[in-house]
Design a protein around this ligand. Structure first.
Ligand SMILES: *[C@@H]1O[C@H](CO)[C@@H](O)[C@H](O)[C@H]1NC(C)=O
Ligand SMILES: *[C@@H]1O[C@H](CO)[C@@H](O)[C@H](O)[C@H]1NC(C)=O
Length: 367
């Protein structure tokens, strides 16, 4: 089978066709293309896998030990992508009953047996090397500079990582990417309006599609989820176009969560703090998970114990979830005190009063 191996540096990508031998008995072991994505921080190597049943999955190798904290001075956009954060976010999303993260599981891949020995292609073989510690490693081929610190290595063969299922193809389930109104600056010094204007939400509420309510409530669900994980890397969100404006937001790409268990990044909650609204069902669920019988950390620990890479999170991260949940509930409590419950706690679905809103113009189609 011929597949395309993308070799990328900054915005330049080339596709090298490779012949890959498919081994019949392995259910989940084919590397079809090795893709590297360049972010300001350097290179995050990910593997796009095609499974025997033609399903696709993205493998993100482990880059950081579970107990390692993101250094305080790291900007969120140079932070590592953590495989265990992807896994934990999938579980958390289900525990919160959102179900807006496509399935993710932990896996070990045998880099030697399941990649290197399976390919007959010299091109793909040539990115493999043996490290001084005798581990099997590989790197994405780079056009200009190649640094071996960007390589990932097995120990000595096995590589730990997260495996995320791909969403259905865009021809079947088209979706669009929309900039987050509470977007963060990508520069070291910049400030966005929401950071300095406490009345920012009033402006957002006047803008389509946030003027009908459901979209804003869905944004608030998303930021509660992001605050619990500590993920500041949500510049865009995606929705399936089929469901119009009232469709849920997809909670994709959660690898930058779970970086600092000792720190609560309250700025992530800005949409909740500034808009002072929350879905009734979300609040009900959060209150349930604050009770001792259903404590969020306990439910998460139990849920994660079924993952092949258990323990996925350290105790510090689990405890941080309880602390942050308390903070979300206190924020809602303050809003209720200020504005009264009817204005803050909103029935889940607000009927769009704008009948034209389904004739949504598709601005960007994700590729
Ligand atoms: C990985 O694959 C290599 C080559 O097939 C094999 O020698 C090795 O025992 C495997 N390692 C594990 C842990 O399965
Ligand atoms: C790596 O393997 C070689 C050849 O088998 C051996 O001579 C060397 O001592 C090994 N190095 C380490 C660090 O184990």
């Amino acid at each position: 089978m011929y597949v395309c191996m993308y070799v990328c540096m900054y915005i330049l990508c080339v596709c090298i066709y490779l012949y890959i031998h498919i081994k019949e008995t392995k259910p989940c072991s084919l590397i079809l293309n090795v893709q590297s994505v360049v972010k300001p921080s350097g290179l995050h190597l990910k593997l796009a896998l095609k499974l025997q049943d033609f399903g696709k999955a993205m493998f993100k190798p482990m880059r950081q030990e579970r107990h390692e904290e993101t250094p305080e001075n790291f900007f969120y956009f140079v932070d590592f992508q953590r495989h265990n954060a992807e896994i934990a976010a999938f579980h958390l999303d289900r525990v919160l009953d959102f179900r807006r993260v496509p399935p993710v599981t932990g896996r070990f891949i045998n880099v030697t047996g399941e990649i290197l020995y399976l390919t007959h292609n010299e091109e793909l073989r040539s990115v493999f090397f043996t490290s001084p510690a005798n581990n099997t490693c590989f790197f994405a081929k780079c056009l200009y500079v190649c640094k071996s610190e960007y390589a990932v290595c097995g120990h000595p063969d096995l590589l730990e990582g997260s495996m995320s299922a791909y969403l259905p193809g865009l021809s079947i389930a088209p979706r669009i990417s929309i900039p987050n109104p509470w977007i963060r600056t990508y520069s070291f010094t910049g400030t966005e309006e929401w950071e300095v204007n406490p009345l920012y939400c009033d402006n957002v509420k006047k803008l389509y599609p946030y003027n009908s309510g459901n979209r804003l409530l869905n944004i608030i669900d998303m930021v509660i989820f992001d605050f619990l994980t500590g993920n500041m890397d949500r510049h865009h969100y995606e929705v399936f176009t089929k469901f119009g404006d009232d469709g849920f937001l997809l909670h994709l790409d959660n690898a930058r969560g779970f970086g600092r268990p000792s720190h609560d990044e309250v700025s992530i909650l800005a949409p909740l703090t500034q808009c002072c609204m929350i879905k009734r069902s979300t609040l009900f669920r959060l209150k349930l998970l604050a009770q001792s019988e259903y404590r969020l950390s306990d439910v998460m620990r139990a849920s994660l114990s079924r993952d092949p890479l258990t323990p996925v999170l350290t105790e510090d991260h689990l405890q941080a979830l309880d602390r942050r949940l308390g903070q979300v509930l206190r924020t809602v409590g303050k809003c209720v005190k200020k504005l009264g419950e009817p204005q803050v706690v909103i029935t889940d679905f607000i009927k769009s009063y704008n009948c034209d809103s389904y004739n949504y113009e598709i601005v960007t189609i994700m590729r």
